[in-house]
Write a protein that binds this ligand. Structure first.
Ligand SMILES: [Mn+2]
Length: 329
């Protein structure tokens, strides 16, 4: 469902709200943070009291840069501080969840308790699943590139003039989620990029925000050297059992593997804690990742997803994935 189809409902809910709390998924990335801040900017223009709920204690480098640059400019609170900031008339409080729709993925499950369904909006581009949250207004657009692109639609809807810095943040979310306009990119994605660029978004600055750490890059490249190709089209890469990887790095390798000739799906297996083996998977569309990973207790959508397993080994997980792929055929 497109956000623009719900224009009336959104405007109505925002009009009624006095204080708005924004919450994205755990382990913020630039799409989650960019869309949160973009929305914050819109809401400020609409004269709302805004709060951004962040419980994360560690940030990936792009997120850390932005939060540092904006230090003191935003009301950022922990979920434990929601209560003291609620508007007196409870009907005037609104929670907007961004870039996820799953209960276990939001920054804080406890935060949900403060807001009845009628006072909740979800804007997201990931498929629904068993643990999807309900909301008075739930706009899930799995055709759109990113949550940042949804926020661009909102900015256009309200005809708000955007500050170049915020335009840059929104562009960085789009560039991150489309892997430089290579995935999930259509005319509307380019239009959103054009719109942001017109507002002064800087691609140079986006590049700075998305810059990666050389050491981490080398670690990733090492992981990619240990790859098996199944049926000439499925890549399975495995990490060293002695290295702990970051989840987002496994995801980036899974993205990268799709850039190679004939590869239609990728699975990357690595330890993310000493006791957890994680899988990150991607597909060009011929394999339904969410369906495959559900069998490992994970989830996602058709194009990508992840699973987390405990008390197991990398090779056991690899065998399991191969079995699942076989039975799917
Ligand atoms: Mn996203």
């Amino acid at each position: 469902m497109k956000l623009t189809e719900k224009r009336k409902e959104i405007k109505q809910m925002l009009r009624h709200a006095k204080t708005v709390f924004i919450m994205a998924h755990k382990d913020l990335d630039l799409d989650a943070l960019g869309s949160s801040i973009g929305l914050y900017f819109i809401l400020e223009r609409l004269d709302k009291n805004c709060f951004l709920i962040i419980d994360d204690t560690k940030y990936e480098s792009g997120v850390a840069k932005v939060l540092k640059e904006l230090e003191g400019c935003l009301n950022i609170i922990k979920s434990s501080q929601i209560e003291e900031n609620l508007y007196l008339r409870s009907k005037k409080n609104l929670l907007i969840i961004l870039d996820t729709n799953k209960e276990e993925l939001v920054q804080s499950k406890d935060a949900l308790n403060y807001f009845p369904l009628e006072n909740t909006i979800i804007l997201d581009h990931h498929d629904l699943g068993e643990t999807s949250l309900d909301a008075k207004l739930r706009i899930i657009d799995n055709e759109i590139s990113s949550t940042c692109e949804m926020i661009v639609n909102l900015i256009e809807m309200y005809k708000i003039e955007m500050d170049p810095y915020y335009a840059t943040l929104l562009l960085s979310g789009i560039i991150l989620d489309t892997n430089n306009f290579t995935l999930k990119t259509n005319t509307e994605t380019y239009y959103a990029a054009y719109y942001l660029s017109k507002m002064g978004a800087s691609t140079k600055k986006v590049q700075y925000l998305l810059k990666q750490d050389l050491k981490e890059y080398i670690e990733r490249q090492q992981l990619i050297t240990n790859v098996d190709i199944l049926d000439d089209k499925i890549a399975i890469a495995k990490g060293s059992p002695y290295t702990i990887y970051r989840r987002e790095d496994l995801a980036k390798i899974a993205d990268t593997l799709l850039f190679f000739n004939d590869i239609e799906a990728s699975f990357v297996i690595g330890k993310t804690t000493s006791k957890t083996v994680s899988v990150s998977a991607r597909s060009l569309g011929n394999y339904n990742i969410s369906q495959l990973l559900t069998k490992l207790g994970g989830g996602g959508d058709k194009m990508g997803g992840a699973a987390k397993l405990s008390n197991t080994t990398i090779s056991k997980v690899e065998t399991k994935i191969k079995q699942i792929l076989k039975t799917e055929e």
